[in-house]
Design a protein around this ligand. Structure first.
Ligand SMILES: [Mg+2]
Length: 326
């Protein structure tokens, strides 16, 4: 397979848009919509974010786009187009590449994202970098981290701690069921593994919440770490209640103690749920609006004047989340 046939193979799963949107020319040509644009980029690197033992190629393709969709969702934007740069080791076969691309294209089409260009390079490690753009609906503003004020209510869009428990299930030899191929685990923990391998970014939730929120972020590195960024940007603190943290049944059965459930929920990375703050006067209308659309909105605490993050009234002792470089 030469470079061009690799590109063709990867593009097969994507429905091609006629020019001028690309791909196929030296650069993508994009129509200007007159709306506010947001752009983000993120990489998925073998050995850092996934291993071929615990992920199928389709999972890798899905997740490479999902992590970017989550950032676009956190801005309250609607995703539009993507660029994809692939670093491929020689041992990635045509069928592996097809799986990778079908995992990504299925999620792209579910969210109306067009792949407008990219690059393929030979590499020692499999790595996928996606650049994703989105636009802010007319009459709205992007959700940023700086608008939380004392008294605002803190909400999350879905269960916490699932993905980190899923990773633990996949990598802890004692929990493993099959020794061959991608690892499988006990049925009871399948929901956790799904959250780790194929997260569902809350794009619609972010778009709807943007009518009400004062600040927001996606939970990628761990709830405390990510809310910490909101606190710093807004010059506030937060008081969270562990009893209010939404978690899956599967996490309760997986973690061996309540303390471990809370540790996953507060510090586990990669959940790709959204965390937002809503002014108290808007909170009831926000909850009603989200309920009407069938979206969960879970209040987990309040914004405080004191610039510290507390959990059940105390400072959290222990790590707050994932960092690449420490
Ligand atoms: Mg983010």
């Amino acid at each position: 397979m030469n470079e061009f046939s690799r590109i063709e193979t990867f593009l097969e799963a994507f429905s091609r848009r006629p020019s001028p949107a690309g791909p196929g020319d030296d650069a993508a040509v994009l129509p200007a919509s007159g709306r506010v644009q947001v752009v983000t980029t993120d990489s998925l690197v073998e050995g850092v974010h996934f291993s071929r033992r615990t992920f199928r190629f389709s999972d890798v393709g899905h997740k490479a786009l999902a992590v970017n969709l989550s950032d676009i969702a956190a801005m309250g934007a609607r995703p539009t187009w993507a660029l994809c740069a692939l670093q491929l080791p020689e041992d990635v076969s045509t069928s592996d590449l097809r799986q990778l691309s079908s995992g990504m294209s299925a999620l792209a089409s579910a969210h109306g994202v067009s792949l407008v260009g990219g690059n393929v390079a030979r590499s020692l490690q499999l790595s996928i970098t996606v650049t994703l753009a989105g636009e802010i609906p007319k009459g709205r503003r992007p959700i940023t981290r700086g608008g939380a004020r004392p008294g605002h209510v803190v909400y999350v869009s879905g269960p916490l701690g699932s993905a980190s428990a899923g990773l633990e299930a996949l990598t802890d030899g004692k929990r493993e069921v099959s020794k061959k191929g991608p690892v499988t685990v006990d049925k009871a923990w399948e929901a956790l593994v799904l959250a780790q391998r194929t997260p569902s970014p809350h794009v619609r939730w972010g778009l709807e919440a943007s009518r009400f929120v004062s600040a927001g972020i996606d939970v990628s590195d761990g709830l405390l770490a990510d809310l910490g960024h909101v606190c710093v940007a807004s010059g506030v603190g937060m008081a969270l209640e562990t009893g209010a943290l939404p978690v899956l049944e599967a996490l309760l059965s997986f973690a061996e103690s309540e303390k471990l459930v809370h540790t996953h929920a507060l510090t586990g990375g990669e959940d790709y749920v959204l965390a937002v703050t809503v002014p108290k006067t808007r909170a009831a209308a926000f909850e009603r609006h989200m309920a009407r659309l069938g979206h969960g909105a879970f209040p987990i605490g309040v914004v405080t004047k004191a610039r510290e993050l507390t959990v059940d009234g105390q400072r959290w002792r222990g790590g707050t989340g994932f960092q690449h470089f420490t």
